[in-house]
Each structure stands twice: as structure tokens, then as C-alpha cells.
Design a protein around this ligand. Structure first.
Ligand code: IPM
Ligand code: MG
Length: 359
């Protein structure tokens, strides 16, 4: 086995971010000891805590250090304290800035319902069957999030606009990622758009159809976004990989995560051209429970597993983490967000320790 050294930029951020990152680093260190790798961490400021320290949500030092690292592990950003700042000074701006600066155009958000957590799922058990496993692939550096925006005056007075614009290149590269991922799963891609109304969606659809020619082993289908929102709840099993725009992906990935009933469980990876990726839990900073040892660290720990897999090529190590998490859930330990009758309620730290012990 090859021993390796990795530079990881850690961005704990706000709210529960620091607590969940702390547990995740402990898990990574144990993996390092078990498999003979060394992880070197550099902690950096981001979001509200960066605003407090430097008046900027995304200091240049953070961007530069991330670019010089092998990967980035992020906790969460935002909180009521910074909610009234102007748009480009808000903590959320840091996320968009990082995605843009690091060129992370592909956001991979697996929505998996662990068998042990079936009771946490809000859908009827006959709809859930024996679990849910969907992977949302969201375009992350284009569309309305990054398009031209501004204020103007129209016939009805003051107005504002945001533009949705996609180039063929942007759609091609995100489609390829979706097809590649589908190849390793159930070989089905559902492209979600609004081609009955939007010109950008018509281009999106035609490009995805073209890219599909290189993946004859993968089945491609299309769905309008409104229908997709409905079908996700009506019958989540019809989906394997969903590929969609930045805006639609933002919405559908939240919906998909709720379908699994446990947003505190879901990891994500943001990838670009090279191997540098940013890994973060899907949940937010949860300021209401911050610092109380109540947060579920599993989403961040599973994000670290994705980092090992996608940025470092350490599949075996990634699987070890995922199996340890499953084991602890099977042992009936739960944090508050996934608690159900008969289970044993534990805190952030104990959840981290239990996962360490299960490794
Ligand atoms: C997400 C979040 C962000 C987004 C916000 C915080 C800017 O909702 O990662 O899904 O809209 O992309
Ligand atoms: Mg979102």
C-alpha cells in the first residue's frame, strides 16, 4: 500500500461548523494511522467568523491557501448575526466565491436513506421500500448564480434582474460528470430542465443528448423541473443520477435531502478540472444548536469520505469511514436530528468517538 501525504485546508466557518469539523479531523487522523497516510491541516477563516476578524467573508489568504492545498474541508457558514449585511458582504458570498475561485463546477450531492433511519423519512413506508439512493449532480459555477444581474427601471418602475445563461462547454462538462457517475451506479441519468419555457434549457437539453452518445450504456431521460419536484416525492425510486442547473439543483437537492429525512446525514463534494475539491455537509450552520454538543457530525464525516474517494483516490479508506458510520447507526446511536423511539440519544462528541471506535 502506498503511503501518502495530503494538505487539507479546513474551513470550520460558523455555527456548528467548528464542532463537526473537529470530529471529522479525528476520524481522518485515525484513517491516517490505520492506512499510513499523513494529513496536514491548515485552518482558515470563512463566512461570518471571517467577517468578524477581517471584514471580508472570503479573505484572499483563504482563497490562496485553498488553491495551494490538495483539498478543502468546509463546515458551514452564516447566522443571524450577519443576516442584515449587504449581498456581497454576506457569509454566503464566501461559498459562491470559493466555488468560482477554485473552479468547482460540479456539485455532487448523494441523497441516501440508510436502512437504519427508515423511521426518519417523512414519506410513507410503501413509497420508501428498502431505501432511497439518488445522486444529484448540480452545475455549480454558472447559470443565474453567476449571470449578469442588476437593477433597472422598466415600464412599471424600479425593477431587478438575474440572468440564466449556459454555454455548450459548461453543459458538456457537467453532463460528462453525471454520465461517469451513473456508470458506477445504476446507469440512469435524468436531466432536469425547463425546456418548455427557457431557451437556456433548450440548449441544455440538446447538449446533454449529444454527450449521451458517448455513453450508450447509460439510459438518459429528461424531465421538467416542476414535474421532477413532484416525482421525487411520488416515486423517488425512478431516479438514479439527476443532472441539472445551478438554480434547479439548489432546490432539488434540498428536496432530495428531505426525502431521505436526515439532512444532518448528507455529504457533498464540489469538483472541478483537477483533483482539488471542496467537501462539506449539506446542512447549514444551525446557529440554534451551535456549541451545545447537539449537532450531527455524520454529514461532515461522510464528506471526508468523499474527499478520500474523489480527491485522493483512496477508495478503501472512504469505504472504511462509510462502514463505520453504518455500524454506529446499526448500534442504534442517534443525534437529536435523527432520533426516534427506542434509540439512544448521544451528542456530537460521542458520535465522533463511536465512529472512531467502529473504524
Ligand atoms: C447550497 C446553499 C447555497 C447555494 C447558499 C448558502 C448560497 O443553499 O449550497 O445549496 O444556494 O448554493
Ligand atoms: Mg441550497
Amino acid at each position: 500500500m502506498k503511503k501518502m501525504d495530503f494538505k487539507i485546508a479546513t474551513l470550520p466557518g460558523d455555527g456548528i461548523g467548528p464542532e463537526v469539523i473537529e470530529q471529522t479531523i479525528a476520524v481522518l487522523n485515525k484513517i491516517g494511522t490505520m492506512f499510513g497516510h499523513t494529513f496536514n491541516y491548515t485552518e482558515l477563516l470563512v463566512g461570518g467568523s471571517a467577517i468578524d476578524a477581517t471584514e471580508e467573508p472570503l479573505p484572499q489568504l483563504t482563497i490562496d491557501t485553498c488553491l495551494a492545498s490538495d483539498s478543502v474541508l468546509l463546515g458551514a457558514v452564516g447566522g443571524p448575526k450577519w443576516d442584515n449585511l449587504p449581498g456581497d458582504k454576506r457569509p454566503e458570498k464566501a461559498l459562491l466565491g470559493l466555488r468560482g475561485a477554485l473552479g468547482l463546477y460540479a456539485n455532487i450531492r448523494p441523497a441516501v436513506l440508510h436502512k437504519a433511519l427508515k423511521d426518519a423519512c417523512p414519506l410513507r413506508s410503501d413509497i420508501v421500500g428498502d431505501g432511497i439512493d439518488i445522486c444529484v449532480v448540480r452545475e455549480l459555477t454558472g447559470g443565474m448564480y453567476f449571470g449578469d444581474r442588476g437593477r433597472t427601471t422598466g415600464e412599471m418602475g424600479e425593477a431587478a434582474y438575474d440572468t440564466e445563461c449556459y454555454s455548450i462547454t459548461e453543459v458538456e462538462r457537467i453532463s460528462r460528470i453525471a454520465f461517469e457517475i451513473a456508470r458506477k451506479r445504476n446507469k440512469k441519468v435524468m436531466s432536469v430542465d425547463k425546456a418548455n419555457v427557457l431557451e437556456s434549457s433548450r440548449l441544455w437539453r440538446s447538449v446533454v443528448i449529444n454527450v449521451a452518445k458517448d455513453y450508450p450504456d447509460v439510459e438518459l431521460d429528461h424531465m421538467y423541473v416542476d414535474n421532477a419536484a413532484m416525482q421525487l416525492i411520488r416515486d423517488p425510486h425512478q431516479f438514479d443520477v439527476i443532472v441539472t442547473t445551478n438554480m434547479f439543483g439548489d432546490i432539488l437537492s434540498d428536496e432530495a435531502s428531505m426525502v431521505t429525512g436526515s439532512i444532518g446525514m448528507l455529504p457533498s463534494a464540489s469538483l472541478g478540472k483537477g483533483t482539488l475539491g471542496m467537501y462539506e455537509p449539506i446542512h447549514g450552520s444551525a446557529p440554534d444548536i451551535a456549541g451545545q454538543d447537539k449537532a450531527n457530525p455524520i454529514a461532515t464525516i461522510l464528506s471526508a469520505a468523499m474527499m478520500l474517494r474523489y480527491s485522493f483516490g483512496l477508495e478503501q479508506e472512504a469505504v472504511a469511514i462509510e462502514e463505520a458510520v453504518t455500524k454506529v447507526l446499526d448500534q442504534q446511536f442517534r443525534t437529536g436530528d435523527i432520533m426516534s423511539a427506542g434509540m439512544q440519544l448521544i451528542g456530537t462528541k460521542e458520535m465522533g468517538q463511536r465512529i472512531l471506535a467502529a473504524l
